[in-house]
Design a protein around this ligand. Structure first.
Ligand SMILES: C[S@@+](CC[C@H](N)C(=O)[O-])C[C@H]1O[C@@H](n2cnc3c(N)ncnc32)[C@H](O)[C@@H]1O
Length: 179
């Protein structure tokens, strides 16, 4: 009897998780930022040791990992793809960065970014417009946002940086905003 109850609970939980994943709106495909550009983003964002940063859609975790490892920040990634969450969390553990870095398996649209000093964003332009109201509501004054390649409509960047060649022949533009 107890086994059946446990099984039923497990099935309900799995169904709930499945629904949760299905309801997440994909704000961009996985397309990683080259490491050289990651460093430029974090420098442009003026990231300092101990500051809280979030990468919105953290992919393989490279931005979170560099923020924690090289800049000694308190770094959190949000990612809905379970495989990428597993890959990035494993790398964080293998580098011994668990105290300063973590990945939340979830939807960007459902997070609380109010504690952030810096956000990094590499999402589609339409997605930036979708999350903008959430950020305007949550972010404390002075929060910096570094956007890779795509701007936030109606926000004016205080600085732009163009990278002509990332070493693989691709150019990039970074935009720094302060709320
Ligand atoms: C263009 S990639 C950027 C990855 C990483 N930030 C980087 O710059 O290397 C966008 C990432 O956002 C994730 N993503 C898209 N929509 C999401 C959502 N609603 N919640 C959480 N992650 C999402 C994708 O799975 C993908 O890994």
């Amino acid at each position: 009897m107890r086994t059946w109850i446990s099984l039923a609970v497990l099935l309900c939980a799995t169904a709930a998780l499945g629904q949760d994943t299905k309801s997440v709106e994909k704000l961009a495909p996985y397309y990683p930022t080259p490491e050289t550009v990651v460093e430029r983003m974090l420098k442009l964002g003026g990231l300092k040791a101990g500051e809280k940063m979030f990468d919105l859609g953290s992919g393989d975790g490279r931005i979170v990992i560099m923020a924690a490892e090289k800049f000694k920040a308190d770094a959190t990634g949000v990612e809905f793809d379970a495989d990428l969450v597993k890959e990035s969390s494993t790398r964080i553990r293998s580098l011994g960065l668990e105290k300063r870095a973590r990945i939340i398996h979830g939807d960007i649209a459902k997070q609380d970014f109010s504690s952030a000093a810096l956000l990094t964003v590499y999402l589609l332009p339409t997605s930036n417009s979708k999350i903008r109201p959430l950020l305007e509501k949550q972010l404390k004054p002075g929060t910096r946002i570094v956007a890779h390649d795509f701007t936030f409509q109606d926000w004016t960047p205080i600085k732009e940086e163009h990278i002509e060649d990332d070493g693989e022949g691709r150019s990039h533009t970074l935009y720094l905003y302060v709320r």
